[in-house]
Design a protein around this ligand. Structure first.
Ligand SMILES: Cc1ncc(COP(=O)(O)O)c(C=O)c1O
Length: 372
């Protein structure tokens, strides 16, 4: 792409060209994964049918699901005390399922509020029992991550729930909040984007559609010790124990099939450490550009900036809208900020290649040169 005018080359694109996609979710998938999928349709490995049309009890499907589970564990360094569950209902169902299973009738849980998703999670927990907001960034429109100190946390909390990355506002915890209670994380928008301290967690959940696959499956990692403390009895389908024990019902086979491919792609990239380095470099490139002139302004506190969703704005809402429109014309998709926040948001998950960030930076240069 020409630095002076990135629009020229991209405007000349063909109708079926794949463009740079900054969608917050469902988000870009790695191209090799899509190509492999295409190859395996309509017939999967001599099965006489595609993976979408065979039994979820078949050997072929069984191998795929086991491989996905095994690779997730290997990528995160999880030992045999961890269960990997492939559930449905999205991350939003987990807002309810976590407290249903893990909030004891005579206990309480702490929630760290950093945006819409954690607020939704707390509301669901409060429908079921005692849960409190230990910290909140609502005072500054969720543009930062509040400090978590021992004095704000309940030492007897059954768990501490936090949203590791805030997709909407563009903030992210740098490290796990300090607490002795088991952590429960909504990691929907930074799952497998960097190493985590697994020993600190009781449970991690993530909708697949941002960093690890298509919509349709939520991945729940739950530790055996934590699982053993769950409430009983529970509705069968909502009991984590049901799914930890066996494949109880028909899982979302297509989504899991793609997650398995994304896990293999991630391993081929060098694993979580390697992809984390690449994510840091992509984010640094973008934030450096935002900060280089006064034309663009980052939305969030610098120390808490997300490596996955970069939020920023131009000098006016009119220019923000124009930026997104012209970027789309130039082949840079889905840069409009979340409807509740406005501005511009570039989601640069694992599968977003550095070239996409480079194209965005070039477009930012061009837009500022014309409008600044
Ligand atoms: C951090 C986070 N949690 C939860 C959700 C809700 O996920 P779902 O639509 O899978 O219920 C989202 C969706 O964008 C999210 O970004």
């Amino acid at each position: 792409m020409d630095v002076a005018d990135p629009l020229t080359a991209l405007r000349a694109r063909s109708a079926d060209q794949r463009l740079y996609n900054f969608c917050a979710g469902p988000a870009a998938l790695p191209l090799p994964v899509l190509e492999e999928l295409q190859e395996e349709l309509p017939v999967y490995h001599r099965e006489g049918a595609s993976m979408l049309e065979i039994s979820h009890r078949s050997d072929a499907y069984d191998a795929v699901e086991e491989s996905a589970r095994h690779r997730i564990k290997r990528l995160l360094g999880l030992d045999d005390t961890w269960h990997v569950l492939f559930l449905q209902g999205g991350a939003s169902m987990q807002f309810h399922q976590v407290p249903l299973n893990m909030l004891p009738p005579d206990g309480s849980a702490d929630y760290l509020l950093t945006g819409r998703w954690s607020e939704n999670a707390l509301e669901e927990a409060q429908l079921l029992g005692t849960a409190r907001a230990a910290t909140s960034s609502a005072d500054k429109k969720h543009t930062y991550i509040p400090d978590v100190t021992a004095d704000v946390l309940d030492p007897d909390a059954a768990y501490v729930h936090f949203t590791s990355n805030n997709t909407i506002y563009g903030t992210q915890y740098r490290t796990e909040p300090p607490t002795d209670a088991p952590l429960v994380a909504d990691a929907s928008s930074d799952f497998l984007s960097r190493p985590i301290d697994v020993d600190r967690y009781g449970l991690i959940y993530a909708g697949a559609q941002k960093n690890v696959g298509p919509a349709g499956v939520v991945i729940v990692l739950v530790n055996d010790r934590f699982l053993a403390q769950r409430n009983q009895p529970l509705p069968t389908m909502l009991d984590y124990g049901t799914h930890a024990r066996k494949r109880f019902n028909t899982p979302p086979v297509f989504a899991i099939y793609l997650v398995e491919k994304v896990m293999r792609w991630l391993e081929a990239q060098g694993g979580v450490e390697a992809v984390a380095r690449r994510n840091e470099q992509k984010a640094a490139r973008l934030y450096n550009r935002i900060d280089r002139t006064d034309f663009y302004t980052g939305t969030t506190r610098i120390a808490d900036r997300s490596l996955m969703n970069a939020t920023f704005s131009t000098p006016s809402e009119t220019l923000d809208a124009q930026f997104c429109r012209e970027a789309e014309d130039a082949g840079l998709l889905a840069l409009k900020g979340h409807r509740s926040v406005g501005g511009i948001r570039a989601s640069i998950y694992n599968a977003c290649p550095p070239e996409a960030v480079e194209a965005l930076v070039q477009f930012m240069d061009h837009f500022e040169a014309v409008k600044g």
